[in-house]
Design a protein around this ligand. Structure first.
Ligand code: NAD
Length: 241
């Protein structure tokens, strides 16, 4: 599975785990000590905006203490060196792909370092704290919220993602549990359109059986090996200039 010109990569919390960012469903189904329903739904934001804003303030602040790991760096290398189409779709709200140097990527579930106006829909890069009631720099409404796609909200750039999945020859899923839709369904879409499929994860994900190939282990070890093989196959098949 190495000679594929058009690649879509999906990443999840598992790729950032070795950088020290907790995955979504840690021990007890908690994320950093909170139930997902208490910090990751529109209802939670309406009920207790202080708690939700504080939760994401802490996650945003924690980014300063983490670094991209070899898996992020390998994908950035693929981004820089792959001559074919590539789209890295991340479910992660951290900025570790960008900090490693990736550019052909998008955040389908939003970004910690962005704030969204619930009144006018404008998104702004954001550093530091974001207290409830912060005024929107664009429309002035006291309605800035974390730019995070909560459960029940529509992920970003779905049309672009669906187009890329329909066009790709290889779909690779890295460090995601396959529990959160629509991302969990990308493997089926890619297969429907004829793509080869590969999963790289610490343990079989919920949708593991849907992949043609599964490699189990740490992303920091397996992703660089896979990227090296893909780039080597391209070097072998490229005509000399
Ligand atoms: P998840 O926590 O449900 O699953 C993570 C998966 O990664 C698990 O299957 C686990 O076995 C695997 N994993 C753990 N360590 C790994 C490693 N070192 N190498 C390879 N695989 C490893 O995460 P998900 O599927 O991304 O869940 C989706 C939601 O989690 C997303 O909506 C995302 O926004 C949110 N989230 C993001 C971050 C982040 O930005 N870093 C952190 C936590 C949660």
């Amino acid at each position: 599975m190495t000679d594929h010109p058009n690649i879509v990569v999906l990443t999840g919390a598992g790729i950032s785990a070795e950088s020290g960012i907790a995955t979504f469903r840690g021990p007890g189904g908690l994320w950093e000590g909170h139930r997902v329903e208490d910090v990751c739904t529109p209802e939670a934001l309406a009920r207790d905006p202080g708690l939700v804003h504080r939760f994401y303030d802490l996650r945003r602040a924690a980014l300063a203490a983490v670094e991209p790991n070899p898996a992020h760096c390998a994908l950035a290398r693929l981004d820089a060196e792959w001559p074919g189409e590539l789209l890295i779709v991340t479910q992660n709200v951290d900025d570790l792909h960008e900090r490693a140097g990736a550019t052909r990527m998008l955040h389908m579930h939003g970004e910690l370092q962005s704030a969204l106006c619930a009144a006018c829909g404008a998104a702004r890069p954001w550093a530091g704290e974001l207290p409830p009631g912060t005024r929107c720099p664009d429309c002035g409404a006291p309605a800035m919220r974390p730019d995070i796609v909560f459960f029940g909200e529509m992920p970003y750039q779905m049309e672009r993602i669906e187009r890329a999945l329909a066009m790709c020859d290889l779909f690779v899923s890295i460090g995601t549990s396959g529990a959160v839709y629509p991302a969990a369904g990308f493997v089926q879409t890619a297969r429907h359109w004829g793509a080869a499929t590969l999963e790289i994860n610490l343990e079989p994900s919920q949708g593991s059986f849907l992949f043609e190939e599964s490699r189990m282990g740490r992303a920091s070890e397996l992703v660089p090996v896979w990227v090296e093989a893909v780039l080597a196959s391209q070097r072998r098949t490229s005509p000399r200039t």
